[in-house]
Design a protein around this ligand. Structure first.
Ligand code: 4AD
Ligand code: MG
Length: 432
């Protein structure tokens, strides 16, 4: 008698005979005994097969098993000091499901392009599996944070008729007789949603035709965007800080094995949940850059290098607020005391990762937002539905967007966002 179980549950089956189904990671051994590193998606385990313990045919199968062949293993679960994880399987049967030959990704080093071309197979490696799991837990933590905070998930459309974050990064597509764009942000729709349900969030893929090959830009990325009626910038900062801390708490709690697999030092992450995030103004950040010897003009936007210099001054994410009006989108609320800046904030992650959150209070005054649209050369005719939100019971409101991939990159300390998403879309990569 046997039961098919998962590697992750083996510890509760010690000394029992079980059946596992999965893939051969690698094999080695002699004519007398064969060792196989075996994986089933839930974990890795060592399988030991002695020639006298298994049918001759099974032993031969094992001797000639190519990497990533799929197999069913029956055997006894035993504790072993030498085995990684402390357990191994003493096999009594090895049944081939499907043989694989010449698996392209061997344990030797491969170049990035080669691995990216084989992303569909690369995902099977321990490191990529760990990143996929951490991404999953981050997304779950985001959902839990908002769901438990009284938010309603209100999906925003992907096909949109207008821009939200500037015309230079729009992906255009044919929409029958019309032109449409892939959504750059669900924010404008989230604003409508918060006027209905009070606290809303949208969470989905967003698109930017940014032809910049950097380590933090994707053309398709996932963004969560909460939007809250009657919330100001200060509330927005509190909400974003709470979200980031909730994500880190959950990842530290649920993913110690995955963090160990990718060799992530967790001390800097523990520091992030130890207290509130520092908050500085854009003007103070400019001072910091100048003190660090950067020739920086008030009014310019920060580049990646600038953000690194600013964020390196802190061991937690730093919230930078009050950017120049001229470099920010039309919807941001002008600061009532100083029209040169808006009531916005960016959150810069530590360890050199830079901006992971962008948010603001929204301009709720009809005349002011019409003037801002005119400056941005947007035609109010295209935004009548959005302007209705200012016509019918306009209230102060605020929100932000957190990029999932940049968050995964930071939490996993990855050198590039291409490993943060199962099938990345980059300017030079549409496949697989
Ligand atoms: O700062 P962004 O452009 O803000 C917005 O889109 C607002 N409408 C959000 C809102 O207030 N509801 O983008 C927000 C975040 C960035 O901080 C970054 O984490 C991520 O989205 N992001 C990208 N991630 C990967 N690749 C790109 N090309 C990204 N562009 C933005
Ligand atoms: Mg931004």
């Amino acid at each position: 008698m046997y039961q098919q179980i998962l590697i992750r549950d083996l510890h509760s089956h010690i000394d029992q005979t079980v059946t596992l189904a999965g893939w051969a990671w690698n094999t080695r051994g002699s004519g007398k005994v064969q060792f196989m590193r075996f994986r089933d998606g839930s974990g890795f385990i060592q399988v030991v097969a002695a020639v006298q313990d298994v049918p001759a045919e099974d032993f031969e199968t094992l001797r000639h098993l190519g990497q990533e062949s799929s197999v069913r293993i029956t055997g006894k679960v035993v504790t072993s000091e030498k085995a990684p994880g402390g357990l191994e399987i003493i096999a009594s049967r090895i049944e081939l499901i499907s043989a694989a030959h010449d698996y392209p990704i061997s344990p030797k080093e491969h170049g990035t392009d080669f691995l990216m071309d084989h992303r569909h197979l690369w995902l099977r490696s321990p490191r990529q599996q760990a990143i996929l799991r951490i991404r999953h837990v981050i997304i779950k933590a985001i959902r839990d944070y908002f769901d438990e905070g009284g938010f309603t998930l209100v999906d925003s459309p992907i096909f949109t008729p207008t821009e939200c974050e500037g015309s230079s990064t729009l992906f255009e597509t044919k929409y029958f007789e019309e032109k449409a764009y892939l959504s750059q942000s669900g924010q404008l729709y989230a604003e409508a949603a918060c006027m209905a349900v009070g606290r809303a969030y949208c969470f989905g893929p967003t698109f930017r035709a940014e032809n910049s090959n950097t380590r933090r830009h994707l053309t398709e990325f996932w963004m969560v965007e909460p939007e809250v009626a009657f919330m100001d910038l200060e509330g927005d900062m509190d909400l974003a800080q709470g979200l980031i801390q909730a994500i880190i708490r959950k990842v530290l709690e649920v993913c110690p094995a995955e963090l160990a697999t990718i060799e992530r030092d967790t001390k800097p992450l523990e520091q992030v949940i130890a207290g509130p995030f520092p908050r500085i103004s854009y003007t103070e950040a400019v001072e910091m850059l100048r003190n660090a010897g950067v020739d920086f003009e008030w009014g310019d936007d920060f580049g990646a290098a600038d953000e690194t210099i600013i964020s390196e001054k802190f061991d937690r994410p730093v919230i930078v607020h009050g950017y120049p009006t001229t470099i920010k989108p039309f919807y941001m609320k002008r600061n009532p005391q100083n029209g040169k800046v808006v009531n916005n904030m960016d959150i810069l992650a530590p360890e050199g990762y830079g901006e992971i959150v962008g948010g603001s209070q929204r301009e709720e005054n009809m005349d002011v937002i019409l003037a801002a649209m005119a400056e941005a050369k947007l035609d109010p005719k295209d935004y009548q539905w959005y302007l209705d939100l200012r016509r019918f019971g306009s209230v102060p409101h605020a929100g932000f967007g957190l990029g999932v991939e940049r968050t995964v990159a930071w939490l996993c300390k990855l050198p590039h966002v291409r490993e943060t998403v199962p099938f990345p879309r980059l300017p030079n990569r549409l496949r697989p």
